[in-house]
Design a protein. Structure first.
Length: 397
């Protein structure tokens, strides 16, 4: 018997991403990896979390170890509503927010709620690969729209909208994964107009927004949209630890329905983790920790941009992210990032090949790749880019 014959048809398109394959290679000793989307483990606030965890278990174990409500921990929700208002000017009622098991689940819940087979969902090209799985599970038609230095190209989007019905536009407006680009204010406004005119939902994924190292803060698309068409996703993964706690802000009717959907998936996000995060936040430690991360990651960003300047041959270009974790590198047209990837691996340096971030990776550009500048130490950033520069030089000659 072949068990695969019993798999549902919809699972046919779901394949492990190139990133997963790369992770297997990253266990090598001594490798300098610019590949993952991981926070710097040296900066996890371990002492504070130990103290907070002890406190939670000592004072509230009956709740913290019990099942919890599907919508999330009340203290955590209260904190998030207050912070979203204070930092981003988002007015969020209690029935407009719920906790998710990471923003990954927020994406999946949105897909579950909105996508029928064949529905079109627009993504930025390139985009976060983890978003594809849910879209494929619901057999959506993933439509790529190009970006430029100002983020999603809304003119190109409008050309798509004139041709076909689109249900959702998925965007990462700030310090985008993988490109590091930020959507301009004019584009944000235009996107909101288009959503109203062409009747679609904007899924705004903002896990990096708190990590801005330069430039002026931008209003979330959510705050520009007075029509209630934007769902906003946030996460603790990049600012505290990727322990599967995120949140979604959306119209009350959406949250109500999503609560039922989440109940079917996992009943609730682990209550102990939520209680620990709530206590951590209520003690004022989140904002302090974000400042620590901004100082450290901002320095690493400078180090990487400086090392790129120093070690990359002429003809190689890269983005200048104002925040987040990633720089997107474009090699001269004739160069193949996959070949560079294998040669770099010989030198114990890793990155993610850019074509992995496209829905249509067969037809994606072959000369691009992503570098993470927050996980390695500054010393390793310089050493890794020196080695990578040498590899690219050798290919260029
Ligand atoms: C743009 C984007 N969205 C969502 C996620 C998933 O984050 P979480 O750990 O909150 O599920 C990531 C993680 O890398 C990401 O880059």
């Amino acid at each position: 018997m072949s068990i695969e014959t019993l798999f549902a048809n919809r699972t046919e398109n779901i394949k492990p991403s190139a990133i997963r394959t790369i992770f297997a290679l990253l266990k090598r000793p001594g490798i300098i990896s610019f590949a993952g989307g991981w926070p710097d483990p040296a900066l996890f606030p371990v002492d504070e979390l130990r103290d907070v965890t002890d406190h939670v278990l000592a004072t509230d174990s009956a709740n913290a170890l019990q099942y919890g409500g599907t919508g999330g921990d009340d203290r955590l929700l209260r904190f998030l509503r207050e912070r979203l208002n204070r930092v981003y000017g988002m007015a969020v009622n209690a029935d407009q927010i719920m906790i998710t098991s990471g923003s990954q689940q927020g994406i999946f819940l949105t897909d579950t709620l909105l996508l029928d087979p064949g529905d079109a969902i627009v993504v930025e090209a390139p985009t976060f690969v983890g978003a594809f799985g849910g879209m494929q599970t619901f057999e959506a038609d993933i439509v790529e729209v190009e970006m430029d230095a100002n983020g999603l190209d809304t003119e190109a989007l409008e050309r798509v909208l004139q041709e076909r019905k689109v249900k959702v536009v998925y965007t990462i407006p700030e310090f985008q994964n993988p490109s590091g680009r930020t959507m301009s204010l004019a584009r944000r406004r235009r996107l909101v107009e288009l959503a109203e005119q062409y009747d679609f939902v904007i899924l705004e994924d903002a896990p990096y927004s708190d990590l801005r190292y330069e430039g002026v803060p931008m209003p979330p698309i959510y705050t520009l949209d007075t029509n209630g068409r934007t769902f906003y996703l946030g996460s603790f993964s990049k600012t505290l630890a990727p322990q599967r706690v995120g949140w979604i802000v959306a119209p009350a009717k959406v949250i109500r329905k999503m609560t039922f959907l989440k109940m079917a998936m996992d009943v609730c996000t682990p209550t102990l983790t939520q209680a620990i995060f709530a206590e951590f936040c209520e003690r004022g430690l989140l904002d302090t920790h974000i400042e620590t991360l901004k100082a450290a990651y901002g320095k690493k960003r400078k180090t990487m941009l400086g090392a790129l300047d120093r070690f990359m041959p002429a003809g190689v270009e890269w983005t200048n992210p104002q925040g987040g974790m990633f720089v997107w590198v474009t090699l001269p047209k004739e160069m193949d990032a996959e070949k560079i990837f294998h040669a770099a691996l010989e030198e114990n340096v890793a990155f993610v090949i850019g074509s992995a971030f496209y829905a249509d990776s067969e037809n994606a550009p072959k000369n691009v790749f992503r570098l993470n500048f927050v996980t390695p130490s500054e010393e390793k950033i310089v050493e890794g880019l020196q080695r990578l520069g040498k590899v690219i030089h050798e290919y260029a000659n």
